[in-house]
Ligand binder design. Sequence first.
Ligand code: MN
Length: 736
Amino acid sequence: MDNIKTYTIDVLIQKILDGEKQYDLSKIVSAYEFANKYHSGQVRGSGEPYITHPLAVAYILLELGMDTDTICAALLHDVVEDTEATDEDIRKTFGTDVAMLVDGVTKFNKLPIFTKEEQQAENIKKIILAMSQDIRVIIIKLCDRLHNMRTLQFKSPEKQRLTSLETMNVFVPIAHRLGIKAIKEELEDISFRYLDPYAYAEIEQMLEKTKDERDAFIESIKERISARLAKDFNPVPTIEGRVKSLYGIFTKIYTQGKSFDEIYDKYAVRVIVNTVTECYFVLGVIHDMFNPIPNRFKDYISTPKANMYQSLHTTVIGREGIPFEVQIRTWEMHHTAELGIAAHWKYKEGISGNSNKFENRLAWIRQLLETQQESNDVEEIVRAIKNDLAPEDVFVMTPKGDMISLPVGSTVIDFAYAIHTQVGHKMIGAKVDKKMVPLDYEVKTGEIVEIITSKDPNHGPNRAWLDICKTNEAKSKIRSWFKKERREENIAEGKAELEREFKRNLIRVPDEELADFLSLDMKRHNCDTLDDFFAAIGYGGVQLSKILPRLKDEYTKKYIQSAENEPSEAPSQPVITAAPKRGTSGIIVDGLDNVLIKFSQCCAPLPGDDVVGFITRGHGVSIHKKDCVNYLNQKDDPAYAGRWVPVRWEDKANQGATFKATLDIVGHARLGLLADISSTLTAIRIPLHEASARELKNGNANVLITISVAGSEQLNGVINKLRKIDGVISVDRSGK
Ligand code: MN
C-alpha cells in the first residue's frame, strides 16, 4: 500500500480519477469540506493539521476499493467525537447510510479496550463483531488504526507500547479474520517493531543482507517458469515474487524454532491464472520442472481456509538446491487473498457481479468469526468455537466498562449474578442505558446495565426470579441462597419428603435408629446431623430417588433378613411386612392356617415358582424360591431344623393378583436404551414401577427395573421380549 507523506484532498481526488471505479466525487468533496471546517484549528501529534488523518484513512479505503459512502464516512469519522458536529448534522447533509457508519465508528471508539488481559481482548473482538451490523464500520476502523500505527512515532513510548499491544491483540486478528491481508500484515509489522524492536531489527538486517541474492534468485525462477508456461499460455500468466512479512518470519523463527535459513517460504513466487483448471495445470508444470518437497503441497482451492483464502501451495527445490514456495491461484482468488471481504466492494461489478454469492460470503464470514483457523487440534477448535463469537451471546457492560457476556435472552437478574453473587442477592432494580427497566428485561449487546442494590443486609432474592432468569449460574446462586437462608423450611420439606418416600417403599425405621440407618448417605453429602440431611433433601442437594434403591437393599439386609435368619432370639426388630392379607397372598402353608405370609425380598418369588416357607420368629412365614441362595445355604443347617416348611401356590393365585419383580438388564450403553425398554413394556401392558440405570466400568449399561407381573410364566415372556431389544446383552431376574 502507498505510504504517502502528506495527504490532501487533491491526492484523494487524483487517486479516484486514476482508478476505474465510479465515485460520487462531489459528495466526497463536500464530506471533506464539512470535516475540514469542523476540525479546523486541531493538530495531530506530528504537528500536521488534523484533517490529514481522515484524509489518510479515506485514501487507504480507496486503495481497498470501498464505496462512496465509506469514503465519506472515513472523512467524517472523528467529527462527532472530537468536534461540535452532531450525528443529526451528518444525517441531514449526507444521508442515513453515512450517518450510520460514522455512528458505528464513534461507538466503536467508546469501547473499553483493555489490552492487558487476553480474555478482555477476546471479548472486545466479540463485541466489535457483534455490534457492527455493517461490516464497513470495521473496515473503516481498521484503516483508522492503520494510519494511527503509521504515525505512532509521535506518541510517548508507553502509548506506543500499549497501542501496539492492542493492535496485536484486537485489530490484527480482526483483519486476519476478514481476510484483509495487506492491512493485517502492515499492522502486525508495525506493532512488532514497537513491541520487540531488537528482534525486528535483527530480522530486518538478515533480510537486508540477503536482499540482492534473494532478488536475483526469485528473478531467475520467475524467468524460467515464465519461459516454460509460454509454451501453453498466451499471454503468459502473471508471475510475482513474494516477500514474506517480517512478523511472519519472526513467528516461524521463534515459535517453530526454525533458523532463518530453514524458512522455505521466505522465497516465494506466485502464478496468477484465469481458471481453476489452469491452476492445476500450472501445478503439474511446476512439479515437472522442479522436485517437490514431500508433504509441503496444500490444496486450499478444494479446501479453502476459513477466511475464504484459496490457492495451491507447493514447495519445490530448484537446481541451486534452494527450496522455494510456489502459490498458484486465479485472479478472483488473488483479490480475495489480498483484500478478503473488502474485495466485494472493489470488484462488485467486475468478477462475480452476483449479490447472492456475496450474501453467502457474509454468512461464511459470520461462520469464520466463530472458528479458529489453522489449528489441527480438534479440541482447540471446539474450544475456539465455543469461546468465539456465538450469535447466541450478547455483550453488555457495567457502568465502569467491564464487559459481561451472557446468552441471548438473559435478563438483568442474570447480569447482576454474573457481576457478583452479592450484587444478585441484593438487587432491587436495574437501569439500562440510564433508564429503569423491569427485572425481566432482556439485555442486548452494547447496552450499559447498572444494578441497584439494597442496603438492607438481610435482603435476598425472590423465588419467582428462578422463572425469570436464564443462566444456570444465576439459578444455582438463587437456589443456594434459599438453601442457606431458608434452613427451617428446607428441613421441614426434606423431612416430609423422606417420610413420604419411606412409606411408599415400605421402609420403616425407628426414629432413634434413623441417623444410623442413613449414616452412609449423610457422610457422602457432608451432613453431620439429621437436620442437615433433611435440609439437603429440602433444597435438592440430595436426590432421594438416587439413594432409595440402596436404602431399600440396606433395609432388607438389616431389618428383614436378619430377623429371619438369626437363629438366636435377636431383639425383635420392627419390620413392615409386604405381605398381602391372608387369602390374597395365594400361598397355602400346609398345616398352618391363618398365618401371616410375606414374600422375601431376597428372591421375590412369583406364582409358578417353586417355593418354600421359613417360619420367622413373630413375623409369620416368609416365602423363598427353592433356588434362593439363602434357602440353599440354610436348609440343611441343624440350627434351622423344622423352620423350613413346604408351601404351595393356591390354584387361583394367577387370577388377578400381581406381583412385583425386579429385572437386571445389561446392554450396550446407548442413548434411548431405557426408553426402548419402557416402550417395550408399555406395548405388552406391563406396568413399570421403577427404573434406574448406571454405567458399568466396561462401558456397558446396567438397568434395573421393577415391574408387575401375574406370575413367572408372564415374567419369562417379558424377559424374552426385553432380550430382543437392540443392544441388550442379558436380562435376569434380580435376587439370588
Ligand atoms: Mn481516527
